[in-house]
Ligand binder design. Structure first.
Ligand SMILES: *[C@@H]1O[C@H](CO)[C@@H](O)[C@H](O)[C@H]1NC(C)=O
Ligand SMILES: *[C@@H]1O[C@H](CO)[C@@H](O)[C@H](O)[C@H]1NC(C)=O
Length: 259
């Protein structure tokens, strides 16, 4: 029987939920394939085989991890055998299951300088934990991926510097630390700090004209014009009255004489 060899793309693996998993939670590992498989393997860690499905023709295989324990917090990969050709794909990219262990304390966090800073400033965020052998991670606005990672000093403090901040760096920041050892364990996320960056330099504050200044200016100009027009009209009327007053007045005084 002739077997047609096909190119077998690697499957892709995902975790659901993908982050914020705590010890004791349930997680689904999903392996998505571009060809119908006859068999799917799930591996944990480097190459320890964890599951092997029976025959399946669906292009997605799901594996449930119930009540996650520290040993479950590792990287996962999957691989499959194509239905019909019997070829086997390569392993998917590894995906790390990080589990939060709430028995570790939250790290503290401090922002320096505190409050608003002008754009271009250097800002320091200090995360205070204890050194449990793993890096400290800094997150912005609740995103799942850390924006920076640092090894803490012996006192457990990790210092993150944001150089030359711009308004886009404004937001809330939190940190957590990883626990060294067998597994991908993390402390809970700590409290947040809020960074506010205001534009600075090139007369940024002076360029802004409050709306009431514009309205006030228009009103003042209108009032001044009105006063000018009214006083001009009054002066013109007075002049006309004076002009008609002297000859006309004579006439008016004369008229009774003529009558
Ligand atoms: C920010 O830090 C860099 C590197 O240490 C330094 O060259 C720069 O002058 C600092 N900028 C400000 C505004 O302090
Ligand atoms: C930041 O923490 C404060 C309390 O410390 C809380 O009221 C606020 O909702 C938090 N902000 C975010 C974005 O989580």
């Amino acid at each position: 029987m002739a077997v047609v060899l096909i190119f077998v793309p690697r499957p892709s693996l995902s975790l659901h939920p993908s982050y914020g998993v705590s010890l004791g939670d349930d997680v689904t590992v999903r392996c998505r394939m571009s060809h119908s498989p006859s068999r799917v393997w799930l591996y944990r860690g480097v190459t320890s085989e964890l599951y092997r499905t029976a025959d399946t023709e669906r292009d997605t295989a799901e594996f449930s991890l119930l009540n996650v324990i520290p040993d479950n917090a590792m990287t996962y990969r999957c691989r499959y055998k194509v239905l019909g050709s019997g070829q086997t794909s390569e392993l998917s990219d590894p995906v790390e299951l990080v589990a939060i262990d709430h028995s570790y304390p939250k790290p503290g966090i401090a922002l320096s300088p505190a409050g608003r800073v002008g754009s271009g400033s250097n800002v320091t965020i200090r995360c205070q934990g204890r050194d449990y052998g793993g890096p400290t991670l800094l997150y912005k606005d609740g995103s799942s991926a850390p924006i920076q990672r640092r090894d803490p000093d012996v006192g457990g403090t990790a210092v993150f510097t944001l150089f030359g901040v711009t308004p886009a760096d404004g937001g809330t920041y939190r940190c957590s630390y990883r626990i060294g050892g067998c597994c991908s364990l993390s402390s809970p996320l700590g409290d947040n700090v809020t960074l506010e960056v205001v534009p600075q330099g090139d007369g940024g504050e002076l360029r802004w004209t409050p709306p009431w200044t514009v309205v006030g200016g228009c009103v003042a100009a209108f009032v001044i014009t009105l006063i000018f027009v009214v006083s001009f009209l009054l002066a013109a009327r007075r002049r006309r009255m004076q002009r008609t007053g002297s000859p006309g007045g004579e006439k008016r005084f004369r008229s009774p004489d003529l009558l």
